[in-house]
Design a protein around this ligand. Structure first.
Ligand code: MN
Length: 229
């Protein structure tokens, strides 16, 4: 017997590669401008300023290669392929040298962005949520456990749109490395098991259209393929 006044929202879980067990999601954080070439293409200084963060909602994550429905309220939706980390524990003020111990595994994500809404938000100094945290805004691969793949700090990260490779970078080009991201983020918020962090996108972001076929890969981590409908 439940005491809830409404039905409980379904729990959000992600598949784990090579397992029938799942990873329950608590929060979703994202890092902005973490590859110099992408910072430059967006008109920003690529120097090593302190990283900044924003969030998506756990139920914005879509696993299993399901199609990405082109969202309402935008005419300019951009793809951003990113490596994500899934935490198995957390804390506050995590040291850089302790950060890797917090990681359960890694995966491939797309941080879909309503660029027109984001541009307006930037111009008017408004929040980014409606540009970033919309329904279905983060297709993700299954999680590859670090116990199996280690902690990748280099390897090609690519996004192919309709057989054209449009994003092409390397994890080694991240301005802030994964342990530094975890350490810095844990100065602002308590991190915990179930948290997901998207670690930024390399250069080559651009618009998608209905009918597009998207294929993403991160060397040593995994692949992600889906259609835009
Ligand atoms: Mn992004």
């Amino acid at each position: 017997m439940s005491s809830s006044v409404i039905p409980s929202p379904p729990p959000v879980t992600l598949p784990v590669k090579g397992s029938d067990r799942t990873f329950p999601v608590r929060r979703v954080y994202c890092v902005g401008r973490n590859y110099a070439a992408h910072a430059v293409e967006m008109g920003h200084d690529p120097s090593r300023e302190v990283p900044f963060f924003f969030q998506k909602n756990p139920d914005n994550l879509v696993a299993g290669g399901k199609p990405f429905p082109y969202p309402v309220m935008s005419q300019n939706v951009h793809h951003e392929v990113e490596c994500y980390v899934a935490l198995k524990n957390g804390g506050v003020d995590i040291g850089i040298d302790q950060a890797l111990d917090c990681i359960y595994g890694y995966g491939v994500a797309v941080d879909f962005t309503r660029r027109d809404i984001q541009d307006e938000a930037k111009a008017k100094s408004r929040p980014w949520e409606m540009a970033k945290a919309f329904d279905h805004s983060a297709p993700v691969s299954a999680i590859a456990p670090a116990a199996e793949i280690g902690h990748p700090d280099h390897g090609a990260i690519t996004l192919v749109r309709n057989d054209v490779r449009v994003q092409n970078g390397d994890l080694s080009q991240m301005i802030w490395k994964t342990p530094e991201i975890i350490a810095e983020l844990s100065r602002y918020v308590r991190l915990a098991a179930g948290d997901i962090i998207l670690t930024g996108t390399p250069a080559g972001v651009g618009p998608v259209e209905r009918g597009d076929r998207i294929f993403c890969a991160i060397e040593g981590v995994g692949e992600l393929a889906f259609e835009v409908i």
